[in-house]
Design a protein around this ligand. Structure first.
Ligand code: YNC
Ligand code: MG
Length: 388
């Protein structure tokens, strides 16, 4: 069934429900001197490259590969179109390793035909904070699919992660592999229903007209909560405290410090946006919400080429009810001309999805850990981790 994944230190389907297996690392680390020192072999027409994401041309090559070959929906109507600025942000967090940004080129033409990337992260699983790699942007050019290139790329990134003395990883995928720690649902909140219907992202509901639909999803022009404002650099300590306290309740969550918060949550134009509520009386930061910008190319539509989507990231409510906080997030996203606001059913998101008129999508997202066994699958609501 899974000729490659069966060889890897991941939860195997045959072990599901076997309560005799302990939680934690599946394999012990080996001495670094025993880690394979040379790259895995590629078919001879191809060569490994390390992608320097500081370099604009390299960044553009990766961007072009992904724009034309990365994840599509089941009906091939939309394809993720991560921006260059987004890739620069996603791949260069504090302490990142350039050697984990791995490309495959055609030897003769130097054309980039495959990519995989990792970034370091501290992820807490129950009471243990584990140094991990977050693996993302695995992509093989459409013309090179089903040639077993993906397993070589995964082994190569694993080797380079091991060389940094890191032995665990976290990743998400739309496909089922051995074995998800949880399976999440995407929910979508229409901000520009007319465009979403025109491009086939959503359909007019039963007994609905376009004008009734537009009215249904209408949002006020300005936010409702007093003290609601954009996050600034000076807010990093307060936001870090708020977030650390909040994420402590989940089974799996990032262990963010101030450097992480500055990188991952400080607003960056058209990449990531964060807002908070500062109490007008005490000037205390009591609530926080954030989303990232991930547009999709619209494939084969005459009128539109880009779907502007915001994705819910980390949200914390202590004073402002979560429902009201997220409604304000929708209002700012609408103001910034996003067409749709997406959220997974992770953390406490279920508490606002239906009420704020999100509808369930058909896409599922499976979460995985590499070389770390969890005794039982967790519920989406026990997950405090959002990967890009
Ligand atoms: C996938 N998404 O099952 P078996 S998500 C992992 N993640 O192996 P081939 C995947 N494995 O089942 P193709 C996978 N998709 O025989 C497929 N596989 O054991 C497995 N799509 O390889 C698959 N990006 O090369 C099978 O397949 C084997 O040519 C087949 O290439 C696959 O970034 C792919 O969806 C996905 O570009 C590259 O279809 C290609 O089809 C493609 O014959 C469109 O591969 C884009 C797309 C995936 C987005 C993502 C997370 C990746 C996680 C990788 C695993 C990381 C493990 C941890 C490593 C560090 C460890 C440490 C320490
Ligand atoms: Mg292949």
């Amino acid at each position: 069934q899974h000729k490659f994944w069966e060889t890897q230190p991941v939860g195997q389907f045959k072990d599901v429900g076997n309560s005799g297996l302990p939680e934690g690392p599946i394999e012990d680390p080996t001495p670094l001197s025993e880690v394979k020192q040379e790259p895995y072999n590629l078919p001879s027409l191809y060569e490994w490259v390390t992608c320097d994401m500081d370099n604009e041309e390299t960044c553009a090559e990766v961007y072009n590969l992904l724009t034309n070959n990365y994840v599509e929906d089941d009906e091939n109507m939309f394809r993720f179109n991560y921006s260059k600025e987004f890739l620069g942000w996603a791949l260069r967090p504090p302490g990142y390793f350039k050697s984990w940004h791995i490309g495959v080129k055609v030897r003769a033409s130097k054309k980039l035909v495959a990519f995989i990337a990792g970034v370091p992260a501290r992820i807490r699983v129950r009471n243990e904070v584990v140094s991990m790699a977050e693996i993302n942007f695995l992509c093989v050019h459409k013309k090179l699919r089903s040639k077993r290139l993906a397993p070589v790329m995964i082994k190569e990134v694993t080797r380079r992660v091991h060389l940094e003395n890191i032995w665990q990883a976290a990743y998400t995928a739309g496909v089922v592999l051995p074995t998800p720690i949880t399976t999440c649902q995407y929910w979508h909140r229409s901000l520009n229903p007319k465009k979403l219907i025109d491009v086939g992202f959503s359909r007019l509901g039963a007994r609905m007209t376009m004008s009734r639909t537009i009215k249904l999803y209408k949002l006020p022009d300005s936010t409702v909560t007093s003290g609601f404002r954009k996050m600034e650099l000076r807010d990093v300590p307060a936001v870090t405290r708020l977030l650390r306290e909040y994420l402590a309740q989940f089974v799996v969550a990032p262990d963010f410090d101030e450097n992480d918060v500055e990188h991952w949550l400080l607003p960056r134009e058209d990449v990531v946006d964060s807002y908070l509520v500062e109490s007008p009386e005490t000037h205390e930061v009591t609530d926080f919400c954030s989303f990232y910008a991930l547009p999709s190319s619209i494939l084969g539509n005459q009128n539109y080429s880009i779907l502007k989507a915001a994705y819910s990231y980390y949200n914390v409510s202590t004073k402002t009810p979560l429902l009201r906080l997220m409604n304000d997030a929708l209002i700012v996203a609408k103001k910034k001309d996003y067409d749709v606001f997406n959220a997974l059913d992770v953390m406490e998101n279920e508490a606002f999805l239906k009420e704020l008129k999100f509808g369930p999508g058909d896409g599922q997202l499976h979460y995985y850990l590499y070389n770390y066994r969890l005794q039982n699958a967790v519920k989406p609501s026990e997950l405090g981790l959002v990967l890009l």
